[in-house]
Write a new protein. Sequence first.
Lengths: 561, 197
Amino acid sequence: MENTHKISFVNKYLFSTDHKTIGAQYTIMGVLMAAVGGFLAYIFRYNLAFPGQNIPLFGALGPQQYNSFVTIHGMIMVFWVGMPVLLAGFGNFLIPMMIGTDDMAFPTLNMMSFWIFFLSAVILLASFFVPGGAFGGGWTMYPPLSANGYMVRDPNFLSALLSGSSLLILAVALEFVAMLMGGINFLVTTFNKRTKGMTAFRVPLVVWYINIAAVIFMFSVGPLVAGAFMLLFDVVLGTGFYDPARGGDPILFQHLFWFFGHPEVYVLLLPSLGVLAEVIPVFSRKPLFAYKKLVYLALLSAVLSVVVWAHHQFIAGIDPRMATFFSIGTIIISIPFAGIFLSFMATLWGGSIRFKLPMLWALGFIALFLIGGLTGLFLGSNAFDIYAHDTYFVVTHFHYTLFPDIFFGFFAAFYFWFPKFSGRTLNNTLGHLHFWLTFVFFNCTWFVLFFNGLAGQHRRIHDYSAFSNFSGGIYQTFEKFSTIGAICLILTQFIFLINVIMSMSKKKNAVKNPWEATTLEWVADSPPPHGNFPVMPEVFRGPYDYSVPGEAKDFLPQNQQ
Amino acid sequence: METTLTNPVASRKFISDGVLGMIFLLTTEAMLFAGFISAYIVNHAGATMWPPADQPRLPIGITAINTIILLASGFLLFFFSKNFKSNQANGKNGLGILMLSMLLGLTFVSIQGIEWVRLIGYGLTTSSSLYASFFYLIIGFHGLHVLVGLAILAYLFNKVKNSKSTEDAKNTINACKLYWYFVVGIWPLLYYLVYLS
């Protein structure tokens, strides 16, 4: 409020160095990309249910386009929705507010990080319009499809550089640079800019988890960037790193890819689990169960996350002894996550639970992720995986983990912190409608596809008309049911959009601490001004002092003596 | 945003922001090179003949001299940083040593460039064999890091020259020198793996 100095529009909203504006930029960009990814999903789901028909709002879908759309859908949802919203969005909004400081350690780097990310998104979307279309070899970019073959038509340097394959690699590389800059900022800020009294074990768990996610990302991304450059050189410079005819090894790319690709799911998962760790105590009115152990469990999962990658390659021709090692590692890594979820359960146990909107999303997350996690145990065992590999069972397992993670995690955080960062309140009825319909339609979309997967239906096939066992009967009915569910799921999100627009057009009416929470961001004004706090608060206690015996109120803010 | 509120009680810096950020960046860089090196070792071990019979041999001798040049550059930067405070007290800035360190770095990358041109002339190109591809990949990425390192040292030179506060300059030196130590330190390993093994 004090800082009402004039800043031009460009400096205030476009090239702002304020962490909250950058967080909003990342979040809005992520939501826009989610709309693109969702639209692509609608197109290919429609085609799977009603093959060969004209798709409303799009037209006929060819096999090459189908491949592109599936590939880019996966890429967008993981790298252009999950990463900006969960890591960069949450990190930017929450870290400086929760540790009690005015901004990031390197504000200019932070601003550049977003604009590099923006550029990467533009390159990705531009790849739809180059000759040959966007890359269609699957989001894992395995050679030889990505290195040569029909995906890259022309051996000419410039046209190879402007192929869908090269542009995708370039976009991913830029996206990683952006996230790397963000990650360095988060870590340095958390290390060096904590307010007085904010010791390591008084830092809210979500800040811990975002930082651990940043460490996992930075540790694992190097080999993938190395692998991606080698792939790019195979495409544009004619090297043969992945070409067995010239002594290269295509499996090498899979190792380099999954060395990053598997830790990446924990990079996406940990920030959302951190949000749950904030939301659940507030609405249970109980301290988070085993706070310190949750930090150690996440650190353990970070270590284990880099020794499980080859469970994605059980049928790629790796040594069976190696497969056993990775199988065991994969099943072991479920232990820290089981510990984290059990601690959430223990926090709920005996609490006076308030079923407010953020709490509903958090509980929905746990319910859905349970299904995703349990099917993951099956897939971790290589005996079962050899059968289920590349079927809808894997796809469904994946969506039961990442959909709750990205969307339920995001919505839990959104409904929780929206009053704080916008200064406005959301409509409760529309919020309930949004939650329940999303929860029901998500299950309609995905649960039936477990059966298609177990029946052996393979993903990445454009049209099942030629396969009599899948083109009619119950499995085709399941496909139709799933598609209708998916369309309803997408339409449901308009309720959310309407809710946000309605709320933004109203006056600012949010109170400072609507949920009676303890962490530092609730001390600041709603919305927090530039610089966040008029005077930096001093911290005297841990982040989860709810229902402390003998106190008048059932919560003690961190800055209360 | 000059109006940013600074908080006097909040600073608890065991390590300055710049140094800490640089450490995280270099961890990522180390993993990038670990990716290249592991890919190289896997292919090297699986090859029947390395280097292939029809491919030119790499210039071991001149690169050994070049290695010494790069290491000398690293040592000069170390001396510059070590003597910076005492030089400041004596009213000098010691920038001559930094300049010499940069010149040696530039010499290193120039000799590498000349060698590359010769090798391409002998028929060692990116697509001539896997052996050649790895050479250009790994040595090229290192060369790129040398160029970035030189840019960082040039920035440092400028910063020290115009800096009013010794503490500020010292923090910049501590962050920037780490990058150059990384570039210099990883080179002997790459030389051994790519040229000698």
